[in-house]
Ligand binder design. Structure first.
Ligand SMILES: O=C(O)CCC(=O)C(=O)O
Ligand SMILES: [Fe+2]
Length: 493
């Protein structure tokens, strides 16, 4: 913990001002000297400007920050992450610049989440909620001479309009849209391709009944998981409908069926679309890994680039709202995404808006890119191994489910066998998911199990030379047990 009593501030023209009121000013005065980059969007509530503006300014609030003013702004924020509520507040009362840094809401989000209690109530910002302030915004301190990308960029990202990114999708990038598919049509031609089905969800009970108000009335006290917090739905709804977070907390609950007492099936709350009914992980019964989630989030919430767990495929049905999807086949690493050699670590810019601002244009012109908007009442197919980034264009409610069609059985089994350290979603009591699954497969489908084991033990020199495992998910073609990639098998033997 950093002690604020040893601070040496006030070496510059903006010496620290002891009482906060002395330097509270109204920011309604025109922001002279602002460049076009911050007049195009709404002004930062404290007037903070991007770092480049310092080059033409006679004044700089960092001069008043003493030692702290000499640190790169990103490093300073990193240090501030070690402060608790009172240290951060004290530091913020020393000068304008440090007030701006100390009011950065992501610092308060960490404090709130690390100290979450049932008494926490949402007040429009994390800082206001932790400090129980009557209004969400920071005090009106004039920080127009503070030039900081680390503070300005998240604000810009939280304001950026999504529409230029999700509209005018080039024709050849469009995710195909179909009314519905039979299981045979799916297996024959679509199992490796993203697509949107426009019909099946429209008959679901949840589609015809669910909205925020009804969920609030029935499940206001039901506790759902939203990233690192477990909140009653009413608390999440208060947050979701009044947040400016750059990356809003996303409700993602794997136990919603049980918590909401839903009946899944033709006569129930929702039914699996017929195309996706075959799911070989059902052989695991209640020992299968987590496979279905309720997803709720405000506009701009979403999922950064990832592949779905355990080489499963997925469907994602939009009950309310709409989602923009951008997807790449297994063999194409999306621009701005970096992956460790074994695929266990994926790094990309932290927030979705940050990725959109920096990489969307390049992504759109990258071969293999597919994009589309899944509207209310539609369901999208994510084939095994495909990269995808998803952003909600309106407040959204969705249900997603992961499954293993027979064409991707090989990919899933190989994942369990060779990427044991990346396998996720199984209960801790299941120590060898591969052995468990093969056991079930041998009992239920001895032919499939034998085919896998045979292909695993054979040395296929030809395959070894020509087969690129990265291609396995973009190949079209019919049923092959999905055992195409034997390289990893041979490496192991
Ligand atoms: O709706 C979303 O945010 C996408 C969810 C997703 O990709 C997933 O559950 O794996
Ligand atoms: Fe996903």
């Amino acid at each position: 913990m950093i002690s604020t009593t040893t601070l040496q501030t006030g070496t510059g023209p903006e010496a620290p001002i002891p009482a906060e009121q002395d330097w509270l000013e109204h920011l309604s005065t025109p922001n002279e000297g602002a460049t076009s980059s911050n007049t195009e969007t709404e002004q930062h509530p404290l007037g903070i400007r991007p770092a480049g503006n310092a080059l033409t300014s006679q004044q700089n609030a960092q001069d008043g920050m003493g030692f702290f003013g000499q640190l790169p702004d990103a490093l300073l924020l990193l240090l501030l992450e070690y402060l608790d509520q009172s240290a951060l507040t004290n530091l913020g009362s020393t000068c304008r610049g440090l007030y701006a840094f100390s009011a950065f809401d992501q610092l308060w989000r960490d404090i709130a989440i690390n100290n979450m209690s049932e008494h926490f109530s949402w007040r429009g910002s994390w800082r206001a909620s932790v400090m129980r302030l009557p209004t969400p915004g920071p005090a009106k301190v004039d920080c127009r001479y503070l030039f900081s990308d680390a503070l300005h960029r998240p604000f810009l990202c939280s304001q950026v309009s999504l529409s230029p990114y999700v509209s005018v999708i080039p024709k050849h990038n469009e995710i195909p849209r179909l009314k519905d598919l039979s299981p045979a049509e799916f297996n024959d031609a679509w199992v490796d391709r993203p697509f949107i089905l426009t019909e099946p969800v429209k008959s679901w009970q949840v589609y015809n009944e669910w909205n925020q108000e009804k969920l609030l009335a029935k499940h206001g006290d039901t506790v759902f998981r939203a990233e690192a917090v477990d909140w009653p739905f009413q608390k999440y709804m208060a947050y979701m409908n009044n947040t400016c977070d750059e990356s809003p907390l996303y409700l993602f609950d794997r136990a919603f069926v049980e918590k909401m007492n839903l009946d899944v099936g033709a006569q129930g709350a929702y039914a699996l679309p017929q195309a996706f009914q075959e799911d070989l992980f059902t052989l695991l019964g209640d020992q299968r890994p987590d496979h279905r989630w309720l997803i709720i989030g405000p506009e701009r919430s979403g999922s950064t680039f990832h592949k779905d767990p355990n080489a499963t495929s997925a469907w994602n049905a939009v009950i309310r709202g709409s989602k923009y999807w951008i997807m790449f086949p297994n063999s194409v690493l999306p621009p701005g995404v970096y992956m460790s050699e074994d695929g266990s670590e994926v790094t990309s810019p932290l927030s979705i808006p940050e990725w959109l601002l920096s990489f969307h244009a390049e992504a759109r012109s990258t071969p293999g890119c597919l994009e589309g908007i899944c509207q209310e009442g539609e369901v999208l197919h994510v084939p095994s191994g495909w990269w995808h980034l998803v952003v909600n264009l309106d407040p959204a409610i969705a249900i997603t489910q992961n499954f293993v069609p027979r064409a991707h059985l090989g990919a899933a089994v190989r994942f369990l066998k060779h990427k044991a350290n990346q396998v996720s979603g199984f209960r801790d009591t299941i120590t060898d998911p591969y052995a468990l699954f093969m056991d079930r497969l041998r009992q239920a489908h001895p032919d499939m199990a034998a085919a896998f084991e045979e292909s695993a033990s054979k040395k296929r020199k030809w395959e070894e030379v020509v087969h690129d495992p990265a291609e396995e998910n973009v190949k079209g073609g019919g049923f092959s047990f999905g055992f195409g990639s034997d390289i990893e098998e041979e490496e192991e033997s």
